[in-house]
Design a protein around this ligand. Sequence first.
Ligand code: AMP
Ligand code: MN
Ligand code: MN
Ligand code: MN
Length: 281
Amino acid sequence: MSSYSKIDLHTHSNKSDGELSPYDLVAKASNNGIQMLALTDHDTVAGLSEAKRAAVKKNITLINGVELSTQWDNKTIHIVGLNIAAENILIINTCKKLKALRKERAKKISQKLSKVGIEGAYEYTKKIAVNGNITRFHFAQFLINQNHAKNQSDVFKKYLVKNKPGYTSANWPNLSETINLINTIGGVAVIAHPLRYKITATKLRKLIDEFKQCGGKAIEVITSHNISKEITTASNYAKKYNLAASIGSDFHNESVSWNKLGELPLLPEGLIPVWKLWDKE
Ligand code: AMP
Ligand code: MN
Ligand code: MN
Ligand code: MN
């Protein structure tokens, strides 16, 4: 275990599309050797108080986090906010708005699926999204459960991405608004999984440039898949743009093989670890 990172700053609970309750997630992280954990549910901070209780009990450091959906250049980009003031009314209100947006989008996705003969998606996803934050992950579970696809990657390819029957765009807040919010509530804005956006390298550089200009401070260097070429690429972006480096599994559940909890490699040398931005002592 010693060559694994004891820090994981990107995880999901069942308050968004993870499997475990915030309490169980923290307990599992602790059992797997994690010492500093951020809970970063999609567009909600609802799990943080329960996670905090577990962290106190399990003696691990909990960082308040959130993964915010944003719109940039017609693309959805995920921005992780770390070390945020989760009780701030600005984030509470934004999450409320995002939950409503997700509900509307879920209804639209469901209508689209019924056009290809697949009924009942909204009712099903509403039931399994226990906090009401319905994501495409829940639709994936529905479609697999109804035998429309074999597995997670299959279901996304066939139904849940652009130009497929169960896709609809969402009007997420824009990038600068999101970064401003995170900065205002004392957090650090981090570009999540920078190499997962299916955009060209030129576009990605443009994204990072704008992210910096808007006040973004960090980028994920170690992220879910741990492909060494990607770690090198992301490290180079961190250095080139003078961004701090973050590390997070994007853990959702045990059956997704690419993101086990507690098995992340260490950050490469020569980068500024993101936690140095708040850990001043
Ligand atoms: P949403 O924020 O509702 O658009 O849903 C995004 C979530 O769906 C991600 O956080 C993942 O949990 C999941 N997801 C997106 N794309 C894929 C994919 N290609 N394979 C597996 N899961 C995916
Ligand atoms: Mn997810
Ligand atoms: Mn994400
Ligand atoms: Mn995530």
